[in-house]
Design a protein around this ligand. Sequence first.
Ligand SMILES: [Zn+2]
Length: 412
Amino acid sequence: MQPSGTLRRIVAIAFLAVSGVVAAFATIAPNNQAAALPPTMVIVEALTLQAREIPATGQYVQEEQFQRGDTLGGFLGRLGIEESAIPRLVRAPALRALRPGSNVRADLGADGSPRALSFLTGRDTLVKIVPEGERFRAIEEQAAFETRVTMKASVIRSSLFAATDEVGIPDSVAMQLADVFGGDIDFHRDLRKGDRFTVVYEQHHLGGRPVRAGRLLAAEFVNQGRTLRAVHYGSGYYAPDGKNLRKAFLRSPLEFSRVSSGFGMRRHPIQSSWRSHKGVDYAAPMGTRVRAVGDAVVEFAGAKGGYGNVVILRHNGRYSTVYAHLSRIAVRRGARIAQTDTVGYVGQTGWATGAHLHYEFRVAGEARNPLSIALPAAQPLPQQQLTAFGAQAEPLVARLDLLANANLALLD
Ligand SMILES: [Zn+2]
């Protein structure tokens, strides 16, 4: 691994040199005057790697993030664009592609006149708006990402997101991690202090800066002493031995999110045991999305006594699931729905003392404890794909081994 890492660095440096970003860090030739004046250096935060992007003297670059609640006019003002240009720019249709969170770079003349505005869209294209006479013209091109494989590891102390934040793992990777192991781990109830995980994922860079995370390539999760591993292959995730990690049923009916994730590790506010009421209660904020744990047909959707607003799903075989106390129902009776489809939202209708989801898992009409039942698994990889899978999995598993050993050394 060492040689390829070194090689990649050399390639990256060579690439930067060719594309001209290095030239943007202008050096000043020593002379008598320079000794008397404080040193000045123009540092250009390059968004693209084109040599022609480097502003000439008398220009400057400003970068701002478009935020929720920003008006276009106010935002352009914050970018330092001079007032008379703003009303004309606001009319540029390309600016409608701006979303909260977008970073916008403005190349400005010394007087604040816009020379170019550029930003990355959600479609991974780079939009560049340039003046043309009294109006503005937009150019849109595919962003040339450089993708690097990133590895990170962390330990659960309070919640999954606290652990990912601690080491700078992007939210989208945390969500993929919860998804991939969603058939084995109920991320709302099963996490324990001291659980640890490792992720190997794609990080897209533009102009040398990280802009967005891509796919989770491999992961390890040690949950209550049990080690689970996943490797991305084709359109799914498999254990290193080829077992499918997707299950016929998800462990948790609650959508895992930054908002709902903290609830599982807190003391449970509803003390009823499974034995006394044949279900599991999930405390969660009002309005949290409730997902179908498996492919199903909607058997019932409506109000029903103490259950309040309830959805009952019939799955393959003898399985059915119940989702009660919903604030709102999102499906109709008789509808065919898929695993992870929204059935409704957490509420406190019926006999409920606070916002929570009452969830039941039934086998042949009989309520069973979903936390202890063995659930049917999805198909493993077919025999003829195992060789190709092994070749792809091997280097990723080696990275997991490397980090797992490093982690153990740290914990010792
Ligand atoms: Zn309950």
